[in-house]
Design a binder for this molecule. Sequence first.
Ligand code: SAH
Length: 248
Amino acid sequence: MSRSTIDLTLLRTAAARLGEELTPEAERAFRRYAELLLEWNQRINLTGLDDWSEIQRRLLVESLGLLPWVDRACAQSQRCRVIDVGTGAGIPGIPLKLLRPKISLTLLDATAKKVHFLELVVRELALLDTTPIHDRAEALAHNPEHRGQYDLATARAVAHLATALELTLPFLRVDGLAVFPKGPAIELELRDSRRALEILGGEIEAVEPMPLTDLVGATGTIVVVRVVRPAPSQYPRRVGLPAKRPLR
Ligand code: SAH
């Protein structure tokens, strides 16, 4: 798809609704990101969506809905550290970075080819302080350079909430926020995550409807968890266990 056919109207509308303006630099970067996504999605499976309007709607606009929480988590940090666990093609991390260029962003994914794609995106978009890492959250969360170091963690479409909590909370400092974009029906998942919250030292901060649903064309929920105690050192458990045997 050529550059001229990548229409950013929806994204601009979404930004305006959030009181943001897409700068010319941000627009250029979103265009280039879109081109790379569409091109690479034909070679490696980056996302199930292969149509620009769907990608814009479901991946980019939805990601912008998390911005208010980024601002909240970053309010007290000089260098705000954000980790996107299971980022895939960079969702929601890259769109957030394009609107908040000052965040220090770690893009974590267990699939090598996706991380190669992210390295290309970082180069092509000339993103500063953005680090793709090929690893499993279960391993990286025990690395002292990452454990307890982040102000905000997110994970979209990665796992059940109980699993996602185990894969994200250990990265956060006390008072840091984990933000999960979820589907519309979240009650059962929340109930099944109570034990994980208790064990890992998290408390529900907010459960709210995803903003911009009319633009996204789907309803969703944002679940926000605040860390109140550091996660015990044995978590996350070894690779695979958080998904296979969630803390319930
Ligand atoms: N967040 C993206 C991708 C979702 S697909 C989006 O919303 O489009 C889920 C991704 O999580 C996959 O790319 C997979 O490789 C990654 N993943 C799953 N478990 C993981 C783990 N334990 N550690 C790191 N990445 C993981």
